[in-house]
Write a new protein. Structure first.
Ligand code: AHM
Ligand code: MG
Length: 340
């Protein structure tokens, strides 16, 4: 006979418990997290159908029913915009898929939160059935004045109220922190609920894995080359060499390293002196999660969380993962600046 489940907890009830720690909370924040959870389920449903595009029609083409098949990153973006823009808690939405931030109709009044997201990170991998993800960060508006502006949007990661990601992999997982531990939930597709599977995730202080696209080595400066060579050969005082693991899908690489220990690197190159990754919708939210799990994130000179973005799409070099390893990388990169 099937066992009756004991102490299962849904993500919604976990979020409500969090809310109860703040007597007087309006429920706006919990409602916002619930909206993100709902959006994640819808996007996850479409991602799992991605392998059917050859049967149903490639993206941008007509499928057998004569409907145009949407690109999944456009689709994911619209789902986020639709799910988050309506209830009145959000004043500004910023997306990797949209050039400009959107000031919602409540931006001149009640909306207290700013959400910046990458709706489908790593989407170039999707046709090969490689894991992809969604990343989000939530900030509070800076002031009570009626009109919000760009300074409400352009805040450092240190001001984040919450951040999370969803990895659409062999199972769909939702990982988030609101500054009180990092918690992971796995989607049970049979009941359509994210169930608590990883409570209070802490990342190993030191890892055995480094994740970097070594094809860009020609464009690196000598310091980065030496750092990566040293990681390969084994750092002085550390036993054993490291292994390389690079999926090329940030959420998946980050998630593996968070659980097992390891460091993800996206250094600057001659042609991309600020690297590739976006500060607001990728680096800062993941840095907030890393620090809340005991890890660390740096741009090679200091904490990612201390950088104030100058635009929504500002890019930043990223070194993120196990605390001791990232601090060692930062120490080796920060003396004397880069020489690209
Ligand atoms: P995207 O936001 O356009 O998907 O780009 C971000 C992705 C990350 O998921 C991944 O880690 C990185 O780009 C891979 O870049 P590269 O192919 O240059 O190594
Ligand atoms: Mg991205």
């Amino acid at each position: 006979m099937t066992q009756v489940p004991g102490n299962l907890q849904t993500i919604e009830s976990h979020m409500l418990e969090l809310q109860s720690l703040h007597p007087g909370a309006s429920g706006d924040f919990t409602g916002l997290l619930n909206d993100i959870t709902f959006a994640a389920k819808i996007i996850g449903r479409e991602v799992t159908k991605a392998g059917l595009v050859d049967i149903l029609g490639a993206t941008g083409e007509e499928n057998v029913q004569g409907e145009v098949v949407q690109k999944l990153d456009d689709y994911a973006n619209k789902v986020f915009m639709n799910c988050l823009g309506r209830r009145g808690q959000v004043c500004i939405l910023g997306s990797e898929e949209m050039a400009e931030p959107v000031f919602t109709p409540v931006s001149q009044g009640s909306g207290r939160y700013i959400v910046v997201f990458d709706p489908l990170d790593g989407s170039s991998n999707i046709d090969a059935n490689v894991s992809v993800g969604t990343i989000f960060g939530i900030w509070r508006r800076r002031s009570d004045r009626t009109h919000v502006g760009m300074d409400d949007l352009l805040q450092p990661g240190r001001n984040l109220v919450a951040a999370g990601y969803i990895v659409y992999g062999s199972s769909t997982m939702f990982v988030y922190t609101a500054g009180k531990g990092v918690h992971g939930f796995t989607l049970d597709p049979s009941i359509g609920e994210f169930l608590l599977s990883h409570e209070n995730i802490t990342t190993p202080f030191h890892g055995q894995v480094y994740s970097v696209n070594e094809a860009y080595e020609q464009g690196w400066d000598d310091k980065i080359r030496t750092v990566v060579d040293t990681l390969k050969m084994g750092r002085p005082g550390r036993e054993g060499r490291m292994s390389g693991r690079y999926i090329g899908s940030l959420v998946a690489d980050f998630h593996r390293n968070l659980l097992y220990g390891g460091t993800y690197l996206y250094p600057p190159t001659k042609d991309k002196p600020r690297g590739k990754l976006r500060l607001m919708c990728e680096a800062a939210p993941l840095a907030f999660i890393a620090e809340n799990a005991g890890g660390y994130a740096s741009d090679g000179a200091g904490p990612i969380l201390d950088i104030t973005p100058d635009t929504l799409h500002a890019r930043v070099p990223l070194y993120i993962g196990s605390r001791e390893d990232v601090l060692w990388i930062e120490k080796n990169l920060s003396s004397g600046g880069h020489n690209l």
